[in-house]
Design a binder for this molecule. Structure first.
Ligand SMILES: C[S@@+](CC[C@H](N)C(=O)[O-])C[C@H]1O[C@@H](n2cnc3c(N)ncnc32)[C@H](O)[C@@H]1O
Length: 363
């Protein structure tokens, strides 16, 4: 027998799925806007008709019309003369939206997340196969969109917070990075290198070595560093953080949103510990999730599990892992890893960030 409660639950869930579909399609519309340079065209033109946007971005006019109408209906763009025939309407970026959509330096620059979603969408056939067969989906299989999306979404935090909030919260570390002899920093899982470049810029005496398993990321990181003004102090190598050669010691080892992706996180931490200079520290930033699983979860848990089922867990499983964690790396797990890797000190740092929690690991 169907009760009224069942009907309500059906309605609620069905509506939630429809809302989710709308949100997902609107996010993929943002992907088109970023990838095709449509927001950039509007930012450059100010206010523009569909023909002007199509001409500026070099896209087909019929598609320009539909995309602009969709964006205005969604509220991402403004159209002040909606009552005019389509060809005469002018569209613009409302106040504040340019920062979110086109300003790569803004702390509000969320548009790259649409690139990441597109990268995930492209990998769905491989994900289905992996779920059946138990294998992984390599990081590289998610393509440039995911790589660029993650890097561009994280970059503003490195630009605005790393040198002004994160490292100053650890005064002795900040002091060491400013002093002689020249400090050496190892940035594990550096992706496209924005953190490595930000570290070198913040600390003019420092040299920074970025390491990442993904060849395409390292190639892009090298190109980013070449134009950064600190190319003489930043270098990158392709490698597994768990298997680094014992060539040098470092005053600081950083791991920004990458430890949970590594197939042997304890070995990666052990490697980092082995390479610490006297008095050195490891700084880990990872997802700001709760200390224990609860269901249903809050918005952060939902977001992180979304990443986990679609990207982080499959990418780690492709590393033939010792431990496949997924995105949801909880503080007690990291504390256990730190102890297993031989660290005597494990500290959760009082750094305010909506997405990441910061940990300091010592000798
Ligand atoms: C979420 S991305 C973060 C990248 C960068 N730290 C940032 O904040 O933009 C995770 C990175 O970890 C890298 N990675 C995964 N497993 C690794 C391993 N075993 N050794 C080194 N890097 C690894 C991936 O290639 C990817 O670039």
């Amino acid at each position: 027998m169907t009760t009224s409660t069942d009907v309500d639950a059906r309605e609620v869930l069905a509506e939630r799925l429809i809302d989710g579909l709308t949100g997902a399609m609107e996010t993929l519309g943002v992907y088109l806007g970023v990838e095709l340079g449509l927001y950039r065209a509007l930012a450059d033109l100010g206010e523009a008709t569909e023909a002007e946007v199509a001409g500026q971005a070099g896209i087909d006019p019929r598609y320009a019309r539909e995309w602009l109408e969709q964006q205005a209906v969604a509220g991402y763009l403004a159209c002040d003369d909606a009552a005019l025939p389509a060809a005469g309407r002018r569209y613009r970026l409302p106040q504040g939206h340019a920062e979110v959509l086109v300003d790569g330096d803004s702390p509000y620059h969320a548009a790259p997340l649409a690139l990441a979603l597109a990268g995930i969408a492209g990998a769905l056939p491989q994900l289905v196969q992996a779920y059946r067969g138990g294998g992984g989906v390599p990081y590289a299989a998610y393509g440039r969109a995911l790589r660029d999306g993650i890097a561009a979404a994280n970059r503003p935090m490195f630009l605005h917070e790393l040198a002004t909030a994160w490292l100053p919260a650890v005064p002795d570390l900040d002091r060491r990075l400013r002093s002689a002899p020249p400090p050496r920093v190892l940035d594990l899982g550096c992706g496209l290198g924005a953190s490595s470049v930000a570290l070198a810029r913040a600390y003019p005496r420092a040299t920074v070595l970025g390491v990442d398993l993904d060849e395409a990321s390292v190639a892009q990181a090298r190109a980013v560093a070449a134009g950064s003004g600190v190319a003489d102090r930043v270098s990158f190598v392709v490698g597994d953080a768990a298997l680094l050669p014992r060539e040098a010691t470092f005053d600081l080892v950083t791991v920004f949103e990458a430890l949970h992706d590594m197939g042997d996180p304890v070995a990666a931490l052990r490697t980092a510990r082995d390479r610490l200079a006297a008095g050195g520290s490891v700084l880990v930033a990872d997802e700001r999730v709760a200390d224990a699983f609860t269901a249903p979860g809050d918005a952060t848990e939902r977001l992180m599990y979304g990443w986990s089922i679609l990207h982080c867990l499959p990418a780690t499983l492709a590393e033939d892992p010792v431990e496949a964690t997924g995105t949801v790396l909880r503080a007690p797990t990291l504390a256990r890893w730190a102890a297993e890797a031989g660290f005597a000190g494990f500290e959760v740092l009082a750094i305010d960030n909506p997405f990441w929690r910061f940990y300091r690991l010592r000798g």
